[in-house]
Design a protein around this ligand. Structure first.
Ligand SMILES: [Zn+2]
Length: 460
């Protein structure tokens, strides 16, 4: 299946995100102790490089990155080793010139889409499928494996959306798959005959623009000697639901565990868009979601049955999403869209002089030195996932998680500020006041609690 279609819901979501129609990017939720235990009991390994998890060598990867509008839902999460996770981040930063990525939109929309598709397909179809996006894949492979073949392959990885609850077992679609025994190194000269190189070209001729070349850092000019022969020996799957073609070489299909109504709502909110989508297309998103999970069946009916819904998709959406969606009919076709209530750009709480807000007044003697703008960029990127407002006291943990996700040592907010030369005598509020006057809002509640939020800014 054409990745543009296969991942159309992610791409739409990203577009809405960048256009500010849906700025709700929930903060990541940490893995629980019992889920961690499950990983270790199963001796789980990384779905990309096969490294066994231990201690803190792994974390949660958002397959479609939150910084590009990805949802914090189970279907968008997978446990991955930190090295792979960090290299995926570096690949994104390098290719999309960020964070913040809002500055790369819309000029780099083509590259953003390619990155998202690469990020998704390397999880759904195995690492090697990333070769479909050679400039991205090559950068990742160089960063992560110094351009070599991965030394190991996953055998006990958990796939997308794994709940890691009691009954779960490693269920990654490519555990011990044939690619585990097939070297990625150049092979037979017959490879070009079956390599999808020409298809790739045709495909990208259709979807990509010459602007692609301005992917400055990806080094298109660099020779990539092995790419042709390192390509998949089998063409990418092309069946409508993206799964049947794998029958002859894939692992056994997985019977998915029952899911809750909340899961259903969360999933639907992640794939629905402000623009009406034909109901059948929504069904196809569900099918490709199931295919990505290597589910036993990839039909909408099966998906609904996981939630205990006996009736059709429309009925389930109406029943469980209610006023959050709008279902319309036109020329005999059903369309479903997110209702505007879910799309309202988050606006900061209304502050009036009579509210509890007390603006900090800075004594003139306290100096805040000029800092590199990366300081602000990193803090804003770290906060890009917050919903509404958060307590200022939690900013350090948000920042730490963000820094780790980009491969930097975790630092508290003030430590981070210090590393940019801001004296530790400045309070967090003073730092926000001085360095983020137009981007971070804050208010006090009582004497000790401060709430902060990202101000919604106009696209430049
Ligand atoms: Zn890894």
């Amino acid at each position: 299946m054409d990745p543009l279609q296969r991942y159309s819901s992610s791409l739409k979501r990203a577009k809405s995100f960048f256009e500010g129609k849906n700025t709700k990017t929930p903060k990541g939720t940490p893995i629980t102790q019992s889920q961690l235990l499950k990983l270790y009991q199963n001796r789980a390994d990384c779905p990309i490089c096969g490294t066994e998890f231990s201690g803190t060598n792994h974390n949660t990867e958002h397959i479609h990155p939150r910084a590009l509008g990805g949802a914090n839902v189970a279907s968008n999460k997978i446990q991955m080793c930190k090295l792979c996770n960090n290299c995926r981040n570096m690949t994104m930063q390098h290719g999309l010139i960020g964070p913040p990525y809002s500055k790369s939109y819309p000029q780099m929309w083509e590259q953003i889409q390619r990155f998202i598709m690469w990020a998704e397909i390397t999880v759904d179809d195995g690492l090697q499928a990333g070769e479909m996006f050679p400039e991205i894949h090559q950068f990742f492979m160089d960063e992560r494996f110094a351009g070599q073949s991965p030394p190991k392959h996953p055998t006990r990885a958990f796939g997308r959306a794994s709940t890691l609850d009691a009954a779960t077992v490693p269920n990654y679609a490519h555990n011990g798959s044939p690619r585990a025994t097939t070297p990625l190194t150049p092979t037979a000269p017959s490879a070009p005959a079956t390599t999808p190189a020409s298809e790739k070209k045709g495909f990208w001729q259709r979807v990509a623009t010459p602007v692609l070349d301005f992917l400055t850092g990806y080094g298109r000019e660099q020779p990539v000697p092995d790419r042709q022969t390192r390509g998949r020996k089998k063409p990418l799957r092309s069946t409508p639901n993206g799964s049947e073609a794998a029958l002859e070489d894939g692992p056994p299909k997985v019977e998915l565990e029952p899911r809750s109504t909340d899961d259903f709502v969360e999933f639907m909110l992640s794939i629905l868009t402000p623009e009406p989508q034909e109901l059948s297309l929504v069904g196809r998103s569900i099918e490709s979601h199931l295919a990505g999970l290597n589910a036993k069946f990839t039909t909408t009916t099966y998906f609904l049955s996981l939630h205990g819904y006996p009736r059709g998709l429309k009925k389930a959406i109406q029943t469980h999403l209610g006023h959050r969606v709008v279902i319309t009919e036109n020329a005999g076709k059903q369309y479903v869209a997110l209702a505007s209530g879910d799309l309202v750009v988050e606006t900061p709480p209304l502050i009036t002089p009579t509210s509890s807000l007390i603006y900090e007044t800075k004594p003139p003697t306290k100096k805040c030195p000029a800092v590199d703008s990366m300081f602000q960029q990193h803090v804003l990127a770290a906060l890009s996932g917050i919903e509404n407002e958060i307590k200022l006291s939690t900013i350090s943990s948000v920042l730490e998680e963000y820094l780790e996700s980009i491969g930097e040592p975790g630092k508290s907010f003030k430590q981070f500020a210090k590393s940019y030369g801001i004296p530790t005598t400045r309070t967090a509020v003073e730092i926000i006041d001085h360095y983020f006057p137009n981007t971070i809002g804050y208010r006090r509640e009582g004497k000790t609690v401060v709430h902060i939020w990202l101000k919604v800014t106009e696209e430049e």
